[in-house]
Design a protein around this ligand. Structure first.
Ligand code: BGC
Length: 679
């Protein structure tokens, strides 16, 4: 039995339902569906009661359902995206996606404004914590399962910020000046792969211009590339208020393919849209295409369906909180561990002294860090985590030169200019007070551990030699304190690997090497020239032979692993769609269980263009009991070996030999194997 009207019939095909509903809309109703409500409801579209079209609701963001956009509700605060990236664990990314989707569903909203997949061009970017990595391969490998997880709950994932949105300084007015190859090979690559492989239902454009055109008006990026080349059929929305200003026009946004203007009508006011059509600047057919995209996504989320047939969702469950803890634990990166200072043995330690500005700090709070702020129902600080671990066993003092160990919780405070949206950091260094504190603690204690709580790289030259161990904790979400205590005391063996290079000095990194404002933060006309081209992140450090403080892919463990017996199922790749498999035996040589990330980098030896010395093309994380060995198999795909050819405006995999470099960090290559591309 078919229900009437067709668009309400859950059994009908989505495209049939979309057509049916689109045919019923008046022109005015179509216009209404292209924008948000207005001032008081900045995250939702207006309902159209005549046709029973409910309001379509979005919420931030990459760390979970944010408070300011979810009806002031407290929700699970997951670790920052960079912490998830440091886990190198695709399954965890998927699980986080599912959990975030469940939270958004339970809140009655339909879109999660995440993930943020911009590439880390400068370590000073205030939003580094919200993004995955400096590497497009790692970014997409984790964004794809996360998007799939979110959308398994019939919640829309929204990739942002499209594209080349790599700094907060002048983010609304600067222009990222990027050549075509670099744009595609570095800055669009993860967007392309995620669109193709995970089919996210929405994309948010960037505030900035890309080669002189604003993200929301960028016909080449939206219509020609995202929609026509990559077959994206969903919503393209502005970033909040991005379309405002006299320097953008209704016509350009419509022609570019912008389907949703947020957070209220500016270019998509009824009168402007009406005038545009009557003056022949765009057609009603074009408006229809944009409206259909929005309706399609509404249908996919089940906006018109009976709640009985939709996932129920859940918020603040123990399962979500334990997942947040697990990500925080797996994402922590042990950077230094001299004389096995860590893990701390709780039976041998009698006195512990703890210090630093982040010891008792909570990072969740209303808009703290910017739009990604999630207010959790509780947040475990490092002090609380250590107290509960040590209860009745170890005495804790604020200062105690007789302590067996001293721990300093240093880092950034996530406020504007210190790892937060809307302003970049000014320096790579910790402030002087913290440096003095670390040095003072180190000179007064036998063993000093520094736990860094921050979402971006920190320079350590002034103090690293004074301390025994450094643990990069990132922003670990609501369970951070427990996770940190578990790693410090060895209940969890750290297995995180850096998703971003830690430079010794700012000048070592690509956007800052020239010291010329044209490369960062922009010239007098706010143009930022990406002169380093494809040599971003470790690609730059390798090409220029610069020793980083800690390289991409690096991270220590409490145990040691041995890699051996490299095998390949074949040694040639026939085309861009072909792939091969490498298998490697990994043995845990130590006395405790742990996990290793085997990484494969490619170096194209015979290429018509200059390519980076190594580029990540595969990885697997493997968990091993003491003395256990397992074989790990890593798939290498032709598509990931290809480069973007600006003369044909397409991806190309050239014939010739490619070296595969296998190891456990970008600078610890243990094996090499040569393969042939025979296209
Ligand atoms: C941010 C977006 C966010 C939006 C809505 C903007 O300031 O750049 O990432 O989703 O606000 O809160």
């Amino acid at each position: 039995m078919t229900k009437s009207p067709v668009y309400l019939n859950e059994d009908a095909e989505i495209e049939v339902r979309v057509t049916d509903l689109a045919n019923r809309l008046t022109l005015k109703e179509k216009f209404k569906l292209l924008t948000s409500h207005g001032y008081h409801r900045m995250y939702t579209t207006p309902p159209i009661r005549r046709l029973k079209i409910p309001s379509f609701k979005t919420t931030d963001g990459p760390l979970g359902a944010a408070m300011h956009s979810s009806g002031f509700k407290k929700n699970t605060r997951f670790p920052a995206t960079i912490s998830l990236a440091a886990t190198w664990n695709r399954q965890l990314a998927h699980d986080v996606g599912v959990a975030m989707g469940e939270e958004v569903r339970a809140l009655g909203r339909h879109v999660l404004l995440a993930p943020g997949i911009n590439i880390d061009r400068t370590p000073l970017n205030g939003r580094t914590f919200e993004y995955y990595s400096e590497d497009p391969y790692l970014t997409k490998e984790l964004a794809i399962p996360l998007v799939k997880g979110v959308q398994s709950q019939r919640i829309t994932a929204c990739l942002k910020h499209y594209a080349a949105n790599n700094q907060e300084t002048d983010r609304r007015s600067s222009s990222s000046e990027v050549d075509e190859r670099t744009l595609h090979e570095i800055y669009l690559r993860a967007f392309r792969a995620t669109v193709k492989e995970a089919n996210p239902w929405a994309v948010m454009t960037a505030y900035n211009m890309i080669n002189g055109v604003f993200g929301c008006e960028h016909k080449y990026l939206i219509r020609e590339t995202l929609m026509n080349k990559w077959d994206f059929d969903g919503i393209v929305m502005t970033d909040w208020f991005a379309s405002r200003g006299k320097n953008k026009t209704t016509e350009n946004c419509i022609q570019a393919g912008l389907t949703l203007e947020m957070p209220w009508p500016s270019k998509y006011k009824y009168s402007s849209l009406q005038r545009g059509i009557s003056e022949g600047r765009f057609t009603e057919e074009l408006i229809d295409d944009l409206v259909r995209r929005n309706l399609r996504v509404m249908m996919r989320t089940g906006l018109f369906d009976s709640p009985d047939n939709l996932p129920k969702g859940s918020r603040n469950t123990e399962q979500h909180q334990l997942l947040a803890r697990r990500v925080a634990e797996e994402g922590m990166v042990l950077l230094k561990n001299e004389k096995n200072a860590l893990p701390l043995n709780i039976s041998n330690i009698k006195r512990l002294s703890e210090h630093g500005p982040n010891l008792m700090k909570k990072f969740g709070g209303f808009l703290s860090g910017g739009s990604s702020a999630v207010n959790p129902p509780y947040e475990i600080t490092p002090a609380q985590g250590i107290a509960s671990k040590c209860k009745g066993r170890v005495r804790i003092f604020p200062f105690d030169s007789l302590a067996d160990v001293a721990i300093v919780f240093a880092g950034l405070d996530h406020s504007r200019g210190k790892d937060s949206e809307s302003r970049d950091r000014e320096t790579l260094h910790l402030d002087e007070k913290q440096v003095e504190k670390i040095k003072w603690v180190a000179s007064n204690h036998l063993r000093t551990i520094v736990c860094l709580i921050a979402g971006s790289p920190i320079a350590m030259d002034e103090w690293i030699d004074d301390v025994e161990a450094v643990l990069m904790c990132w922003y670990g979400g609501m369970e951070a304190g427990h996770a940190i205590a578990n790693v410090l005391f060895g209940d969890v063996n750290p297995s995180g690997k850096l998703p971003i290079t830690f430079p010794k000095r700012l000048e070592d990194s690509p956007a800052h090497s020239s010291g010329d404002p044209r490369n960062y933060p922009g010239d007098d006309e706010k143009r930022v020239y990406y002169d380093e081209g494809v040599f971003v992140g470790y690609r730059w450090f390798d090409e220029k032979n610069i020793e980083p403080l800690f390289p991409f892919g690096f991270g220590l463990s409490y145990t040691t692993f041995q890699l051996s017996n490299i095998q390949m199922d074949k040694s040639t790749i026939a085309n861009i769609n072909d792939s091969l498999s490498i298998s490697i035996d990994v043995t845990n040589n130590g006395l405790i269980s742990g996990a290793e990330v085997v990484q494969v980098y490619a170096h194209d030896i015979q290429s018509s263009v200059k390519r980076p010395p190594r580029e990540l093309v595969g990885f697997e994380k493997i968990y091993l009991q003491p003395s256990e060995s397992k074989t790990v198999s890593i798939k290498i795909r032709g598509d990931d070996l290809a480069f973007y050819d600006s003369s044909t405006h397409d991806w190309i995999l050239e014939s010739g030999s490619i070296k595969l470099l296998i190891g456990n960090s970008s600078r610890a290559i243990l094996f090499e194997a040569e393969i042939m591309v025979n296209t």
